[in-house]
Design a binder for this molecule. Structure first.
Ligand code: PMV
Length: 313
């Protein structure tokens, strides 16, 4: 039996602007993971089982845009495999779906890793290769994904990411002081593709304003990276605040997200912002030692459906 796991992710800076070539920073959430196991099946064919998605079916009967099926087809094409062995692929995930935590990318990445290893091609399994295949699947679901999700969930390290031709700039970097984030679910599902499409319409209608907004997001990402590398949590928190204000101007915030941000700050968080596509999904709050419980309680009081703590080291 082969097993692979991958973390969820949060975006600290640069969501949306990253689609327009500005830098962004994302970090793994190691406490929330997707897992895939592949084992030989006594029955002929390829069986896909995803209890969290209520899915159990043969590959042949599964639409090719299903994230697990799409991962499996990508692997077959990439390695030029003539036929599958009989196998059962089971994917489970603790990462809430459609909430900006990279669940789709993590599910795809673990399926790619486990299946590739099961069919005997583990020598191909570099992070770069897994990330590239995962990106191909992300395209099916998100239209024009920047590539940041697949990168963070496969490398499982803080990533400074710049989308550019001919090759994205991907830099992993060190965290000088541990940083604790609370990740709060607004309970509102939001489609990344819809929000990205909507931002594109706004950008087309107001290029000057949106270029300025995107530039500011890029500057905040650069400053945020420095703050993390220097271990300056207070500065990092202020930069998160400013990014939230800019995301509000970008129209991707929402009343519940803003209630959660305010609730966290009032309870002592040193920074808080939405994370990911926005209009729902998750927000993140940066907390100093000893403040976790108070901020977590405030987030629930402000309407969070779930709060998870993650420490970046
Ligand atoms: O998948 P989410 O909700 O974390 O959002 C992805 C971040 C965007 O910048 C909005 C889109 C992208 O492809 O980078």
């Amino acid at each position: 039996m082969i097993t692979a796991t991958a973390p969820g992710k949060i975006i600290l800076f640069g969501e949306h602007a990253v689609v327009y070539g500005r830098p962004a920073i994302a970090v793994p959430v190691s406490q929330l993971r997707a897992q895939a196991t592949v084992q030989a099946s006594p029955q002929p064919g390829v069986r896909l089982v995803a209890p969290d998605l209520n899915h159990a079916a043969w590959l042949a009967d599964t639409p090719s845009d299903n994230p697990i099926a799409a991962a499996v087809w990508q692997v077959k094409q990439a390695i030029g495999l003539a036929a599958w062995p009989d196998m059962e692929i089971t994917v489970t995930s603790q990462i809430p779906i459609a909430s900006g935590l990279g669940s789709g990318a993590a599910i795809t990445a673990v399926a790619v890793r486990a299946v590739t290893q099961f069919v005997g091609y583990e020598h191909l399994l570099t992070d770069e290769w897994v990330s590239a295949l995962t990106y191909e699947v992300e395209k099916i679901h998100h239209g024009t994904p920047s590539g940041i999700d697949n990168t963070v969930v496969t490398y499982e390290q803080p990533v400074y990411f710049l989308r550019q031709q001919p090759q994205n700039r991907i830099e992993t970097f060190a965290v000088a002081q541990p940083l604790t984030f609370l990740v709060a679910d607004s309970g509102v599902r939001s489609s990344t593709k819809d929000v990205v499409d909507d931002v594109r319409r706004h950008w087309q209608a107001n290029r000057t304003q949106f270029e300025r907004i995107f530039n500011r997001c890029g500057e905040l990402a650069d400053a945020g990276r420095q703050a993390i590398e220097q271990g300056d949590a207070r500065l990092l928190g202020r930069l998160m605040q400013e990014n939230q204000a800019v995301l509000e101007e970008m129209t991707v915030s929402s009343p519940i997200l803003e209630r959660l941000v305010q609730g966290a700050l009032d309870a002592g968080a040193i920074g808080a912002k939405l994370s990911g596509a926005g209009r729902g999904g998750n927000m993140i709050a940066l907390v100093e030692e000893g403040m976790e419980t108070a901020v977590s309680t405030a987030l629930y009081d402000a309407g969070a459906k779930n709060v998870v703590s993650t420490t970046l080291k």
